[in-house]
Design a protein around this ligand. Sequence first.
Ligand code: AHG
Ligand code: MN
Ligand code: MN
Length: 332
Amino acid sequence: MSRKNQTLGEFIIENQTDFPYASGELSRLINSIRLAAKMVNHEVNKAGLVDITGAAGETNIQGEDQQKLDVFANNTFINSLTNREIVCGIASEENDDFITIKGHKNDHKNKYVVLIDPLDGSSNIDVNVSVGTIFSIYRRSTPVGTPVTIEDFLQPGNLQVAAGYIIYGTSTMLVYTTGHGVNGFTLNPALGTYYLSHPNMRFPENGKIYSVNEGNYVHFPQGIKDYIKYCQEEKEDRPYTSRYIGSLVSDIHRNMIKGGIYIYPGISNYPEGKLRLLYECNPMAFITEQAGGRASDGYQRIMDIKPTELHQRTPFVCGSMNMVEKLESFMK
Ligand code: AHG
Ligand code: MN
Ligand code: MN
């Protein structure tokens, strides 16, 4: 149920009954994400003012330069998630290995693991273009009372209990799902309060936007090349419009509102593409499906992939149902 002027805090409490088994824990977990997001939002907003932009001089496990705000966002989310009796482990795109959280009594009694891309699209910070945070939440698969193991993190996306993203854009929004549709909340920065601005978000079944880094075109599989040519054909409803921000969260957020398809295929040197299954694709796939869209690797549903590594990559296609199905027909 949504109503006018509903805040995120009210919405969380009113929808707690969606989780009979969770007894408020999941709500508190989302609360801690909402708090960390406000802190990161505050830093992102002043990125142009203070000496916080630019590379931090470290390289992450993926071999990419880490930005200072990546480090800040990573620490902020981890601290916020750690200081509560809910999360037993965190895996972050920015950390080589997962973090074990013992809980206050060192009894490993906490039940949830969180996987996070703390700052997505970070190369866009220095040029004042939207960035985001992506999160994914599972119940641990190993017994409560024992330390978390890698198995708790390598669960298929179809076992996610919640996922969401924050977009630090012209306004800051938190969009999330707990498997009962997708809702978007916009931050009123003067009050520090998120309001339900986008209840029950839905991908239009068809769209006219395609989002892909076409600079890699010659390295794409033939099916993807053919689909891109299809998008560009002169027909009744085509050519489609090309829009690519280079910030996954922003590209998918726009496509969800307007209708469109996002494509990050495998490329010849990197057959698995660039995007990470656990931190980026699974959570965005859960949101996409909950909003009536489809997410696949071109052949199979993203959320049915059984992960084998924390930092695993996968080709990724997601968006309006009919557009993704059309692309898949080109891959056969
Ligand atoms: P991150 O900043 O977390 O490393 O992610 C960047 C990702 C994603 O946001 C974006 O869609 C994609 O990289 C863009 O990659 P290209 O520059 O290769 O197009
Ligand atoms: Mn990312
Ligand atoms: Mn990132």
